[in-house]
Write a protein that binds this ligand. Structure first.
Ligand SMILES: [Zn+2]
Ligand SMILES: [Zn+2]
Length: 339
C-alpha cells in the first residue's frame, strides 16, 4: 500500500513548518496506528514553530509535530495482552517512559530519566494518522465528548498542579491564564478551594476565566492583597509572575511552579523561602495514569467544561493560520481537524 496522508512537519532546522503528503506510518512492535480525529495546538508548539533553542535541543528534523490528540485505533501491532481494541477512541500521553529506570520503578513514570516525547522526539499527531506506543495510549471513556478528549493535556497538567497545591478550603491564586492556567482555576473550584483568583492582563483570557468559574480575575495583585493567598500556582513562567507568586503568598503558603521561564530567575531566598517558610513544589506533566483518571472523573461529573476553552477550529491544512491566532494570545485552545 502506498497510501499517503497530510501531515505538518518540522522538516528543516529553521522557523516554520512544512505541510505536505507523506506515507501513512506502519505501527512498530507494541504500537497502535490511529486515524486522528482532532489534535490541538499547545504552547510548546509555538516554540517548535519558532525554532527556539529548547526546540533545537529536543527535535531532530524531519519530524511530524503535535502531541495533543484523539484518534480512532485502526491497527494494533502487539502480542501483549491489552484492553485496547480497534475502533477505540484513544489519546496519547506525551511523556513516553522507559519503564526500567529508577523513576519508572518507583512509579514516577512521568519524570522518567530516559523520557521520549510524542510529537517532539518522535513523530506526533498533526497528521491524518499517527502511531502511538501502546504503553502511552490512553483509552478514553466514550461518554466524554471527542473534542474534550483532544484537550486533556492542559486539564491533566492543571489537575496535577492543583492536587499538589492542596486547595480545599483555601484562597488560591492562579498566575497566568493560558489554557492550563484556565483549567487550573476550574479544577481548584472543583476540588473545594474557598476562593480562586486569576491574574492576566489580556481581556480575552479574563473573559474565558470568568466562564471557567474563577471568582475574580485581576490584571495584577495590589499590595493590599500581598501575603493573603494560602496556595499560589505559577502558570506564566514570567519574571513578574514569579515575583507576584512570592509576594501574594501568605506566610507558610504553598507555591506550585508550572510555567517555564525563558531565562534564569533570581529570588530573594531569605525574604521568601526562610522568613515566609514557603513550600515550593513543581510539576512536569501528568502522573501516569492517576492524573488521567482524575481528568476523566472531572469531565464525566461535568465539574470542568473544556468546551469553554476551545475557542477556534481549523482544518489541519490551515495550520499556519491557526498558529497565527495561537501566537496572538487572543484564543483558548485551537482544534485542528485533519479530515
Ligand atoms: Zn502540550
Ligand atoms: Zn524510565
Amino acid at each position: 500500500m502506498n497510501a499517503t496522508m497530510l501531515a505538518v512537519l518540522k522538516e528543516n532546522p529553521a522557523p516554520g513548518v512544512t505541510i505536505k503528503q507523506i506515507p501513512i506510518p506502519t505501527p512498530a512492535k507494541d504500537e497502535v496506528l490511529v486515524k486522528v480525529i482532532y489534535s490541538s495546538i499547545c504552547g510548546t508548539d509555538i516554540g517548535i514553530y519558532d525554532w527556539i533553542p529548547w526546540a533545537q535541543g529536543h527535535i531532530t528534523p524531519p519530524i511530524v509535530i503535535g502531541h495533543e490528540v484523539v484518534g480512532k485505533v485502526v491497527e494494533i501491532n502487539t502480542s501483549q495482552d491489552t484492553t485496547i481494541k480497534k475502533g477505540d477512541l484513544v489519546s496519547s500521553e506525551t511523556h513516553i517512559f522507559c519503564n526500567t529506570c529508577y523513576q519508572c520503578q518507583i512509579n514516577n513514570r512521568h519524570i522518567c530519566e530516559n523520557m521520549d516525547l510524542f510529537g517532539i522526539g518522535r513523530n506526533g499527531g498533526f497528521a491524518q494518522y499517527a502511531t502511538i506506543p501502546l504503553k502511552t495510549t490512553w483509552k478514553n471513556n466514550p461518554k466524554i465528548s471527542t473534542e474534550a478528549m483532544s484537550v486533556q493535556e492542559p486539564l491533566g497538567n492543571a489537575v496535577h498542579v492543583i492536587t499538589k497545591a492542596n486547595v480545599p478550603g483555601k484562597k488560591v491564586l492562579v498566575v497566568g491564564l493560558g489554557p492550563t492556567g484556565l483549567c487550573a482555576g476550574a479544577v481548584a473550584k472543583a476540588y473545594g478551594a474557598r476562593e480562586v483568583v486569576g491574574i492576566n492582563r489580556r481581556e480575552y483570557r479574563k473573559q474565558v476565566a470568568k466562564e471557567m468559574g474563577f471568582d475574580r480575575v485581576e490584571s495584577e495583585i495590589g499590595t493590599q492583597e500581598f501575603g493573603t493567598f494560602d496556595a499560589v500556582v505559577e502558570m506564566s513562567g514570567s519574571t513578574s509572575g514569579i515575583q507576584t507568586a512570592l509576594d501574594a503568598s501568605r506566610i507558610g503558603a504553598t507555591i506550585v511552579a508550572f510555567g517555564i521561564p525563558k531565562q534564569d530567575i533570581s529570588i530573594n531566598w531569605g525574604k521568601y523561602l526562610i522568613n515566609k517558610e514557603l513550600t515550593i513544589a513543581s510539576v512536569f506533566g501528568r502522573r501516569i495514569w492517576e492524573t488521567w483518571h482524575q481528568v476523566t472523573e472531572l469531565l464525566l461529573a461535568k465539574k470542568v467544561d473544556l468546551s469553554k476553552i476551545i475557542t477556534h477550529r481549523y482544518k489541519l491544512s490551515q495550520f499556519n493560520e491557526a498558529m497565527k491566532i495561537m501566537k496572538s494570545g487572543e484564543c483558548g485552545k485551537i482544534l485542528l481537524d485533519p479530515s
